[in-house]
Write a protein that binds this ligand. Structure first.
Ligand code: C2O
Length: 576
């Protein structure tokens, strides 16, 4: 018996050593991890000097790699990531799509679940991937730092559990991003101070590479080498900041098999659209004549009159045997305003199996989402009121623009500290009107929102239906709305104002997502069971909209017993 225990201890030690050694050398190559069920990662947040587009700057990333290191794990693994902030910037890391079952303290959004990790400080995130597998990503959740502080997070099924599709020959991660020549923290500050719109990105990127369409970027191209006849799994992640994007490969079909880290029925399409925060896995078979094919990422910009980067990022899908310096066949992307192309992909998303959607609803919420223009209050309007009609740009949910509190909401709630938020976020708009074509206030052209840190409280176990309704107050626009702490069933969506009489719901096999692109000038209906206690941010994943206040938070109360109760905070929780 003693012998067996000793050898078990040795085995466990040995396995964790292997896993540690592996993690340290994690690369962007796909692999199938085995061994220990606890995975340690050491993340040093550092600045890195980089030259791109003939411009040299310091960007913030992890361990000197850009995009940052990949986290690999298996379903039900425990993840421990020690963060050491070696930069002068406040930071936090969010594990996008991880439901953080009973671990809200480690969710990461700054001033919602924690104070930022300040310069020189450390904080260790610790959570379990309960019933979760697929493609996730991690990103900074403070100011606009996530423009460069991001990386993939790949969770494999448990040992011996196959994918629900033929095993691909190889897997590749494709992180779609936006690259800014200027310091993004300063850019956010300057944009907010101006009251106006944000600058457009200098380049889109695929795994950090803009590709040949931009200045000084001819050789800064990401490439996948493929063997003719083989099938590849591509893990697409939109880690961009302020734009939604189409992705396509020249002459190749994409078969969607997973969205937001949940399997879908296979759906074959020529292109996909991902809002920031969305992930899609596609299978691609190299069944075309030997050659070099473009993989392209371009804009989907649904807001009227908004400026955007129109040059596509290009990577190469290159067959073995192709002439290396041949030109690549161009990929066909939809036009930037092609709402139908977006709808077609959405229509194709169904959960792989029949799912258990809440049929009865306890909380029927209706939340409008959109932009606002606040009246200029500044004594220097030329500098600070560069928004529409000389106002200040803002955004809101139910016409309340979310102001981040000075301390973390979760801490304030947990310690019953008063004063930093109110519990009166309305479950329906303060006023019903023609959301798509009208304005929220009595005077038809008064587009102001209220300001506040208002949250919505839910009892443990509430079955929630939430209608997200886009407004045309400033312009209609597709908003990628992300909910922390949960995945939700997207049971319906449509254009125009939501009408319960005519809305069609899928309660059989709706997709289970964490970020929903609410159609421009339309609505989406989502359902979830509020059974994870904590404070959960819900916001537009276009960062400028988040900065402008397009968000709110849910407080989900504890239920009964330890399995329904949020544990105490960790001792090393950062202070504000
Ligand atoms: Cu990926 Cu609150 O964010």
């Amino acid at each position: 018996m003693a012998n067996l225990t000793t050898s078990l201890v040795v085995l466990v030690l040995w396995l964790s050593l292997i896993s540690y050694a592996y993690n340290v050398h994690a690369t962007r190559m796909a692999h199938w991890p085995r061994g220990s069920s606890t995975r340690f990662y050491d993340f040093k947040i550092q600045t890195l000097k980089i030259t791109k587009l003939c411009n040299t700057k310091e960007l913030v990333t992890v361990n000197g790699i850009f995009p940052g290191p990949v986290i690999y794990a298996q379903e039900d693994d425990r993840i421990i990531v020690k963060i050491t902030n070696e930069t002068p910037y406040n930071t936090t890391i969010h594990w996008h799509g991880v439901r953080q079952r009973l671990s809200c303290w480690f969710d990461g959004p700054s001033y919602i679940t924690q104070c930022p990790i300040q310069a020189g400080q450390t904080f260790t995130y610790e959570f379990t991937l309960v019933n979760q597998k697929g493609t996730f990503f991690w990103h900074a959740h403070v100011s606009w730092l996530r423009a460069t502080l991001y990386g993939a997070f790949v969770v494999y099924p448990k040992p011996g559990v196959p994918y629900p599709f033929n095993y691909p020959y190889q897997e590749h991660i494709l992180l779609l991003g936006e690259y800014y020549n200027k310091d993004v923290v300063q850019l956010e500050r300057a944009t907010i101070a101006s009251g106006g719109n944000p600058p457009v990105t200098d380049a889109y990127t695929i795994n950090g590479h803009p590709g040949p369409n931009y200045n000084c970027s001819k050789n800064d191209v990401y490439k996948i080498d493929v063997v003719p006849g083989k099938t590849y799994l591509l893990r697409l992640i939109n880690a961009g900041l302020n734009s939604e994007n189409f992705f396509a490969i020249a002459n190749h079909k994409l078969t969607i098999v997973e969205a937001d880290a949940e399997y879908t029925k296979p759906f074959t399409t020529d292109r996909v659209m991902l809002g920031p925060g969305q992930t899609i896995n596609v299978l691609v078979t190299a069944n075309q004549p030997i050659g070099k094919y473009s993989m392209a990422m371009g804009p989907y910009s649904s807001a009227k009159g908004a400026a955007f980067q129109n040059i596509s990022a290009i990577a190469h899908f290159q067959y073995l045997g192709a002439v290396t310096n041949s030109v690549s066949l161009p990929a066909q992307l939809p036009s930037f305003s092609d709402n139908l192309a977006v709808k077609t992909v959405m229509d194709g998303l169904k959960s792989l199996n029949t799912v258990n959607v809440p049929k009865e609803i306890d909380a029927n919420l209706f939340i409008t989402i959109g932009l606002n223009v606040q009246k200029c209050q500044s004594k220097t309007p030329n500098q600070n009121c560069q928004g529409l009609n000389n106002g200040v740009m803002a955004a809101s949910m139910n016409n309340i623009s979310f102001i981040k509190p000075p301390i973390s909401l979760l801490e304030a709630y947990y310690k019953k500290m008063n004063g930093s938020f109110t519990e009166d976020f309305p479950g329906v708009p303060l006023k019903f009107y023609d959301f798509v074509n009208g304005a929220p206030n009595n005077i038809p052209n008064d587009t102001q929102a209220l300001n506040g840190t208002r949250v919505k409280v839910l009892e443990y176990g509430t079955r929630v239906q939430l209608i997200l309704q886009d407004t045309g107050t400033v312009t209609t626009e597709n908003h990628p709305i992300h909910l922390h702490g949960y995945s939700f069933y997207v049971v319906g969506y449509g254009t125009g104002n939501y009408n319960p009489q005519t809305a069609n719901f899928n309660l059989v096999d709706p997709p289970y997502m964490n970020t929903i692109g609410v159609p421009a000038g339309g609505w989406a209906a989502i359902r979830f069971l509020a059974d994870n206690p904590g404070v959960w941010f819900m916001h537009c994943h276009l960062d400028i909209h988040q900065s402008w206040g397009l968000g709110t938070s849910f407080i989900v109360k504890n239920g009964e017993g330890v399995l329904e109760t949020l544990p105490h905070p960790p001792a090393d929780m950062p202070r504000c």
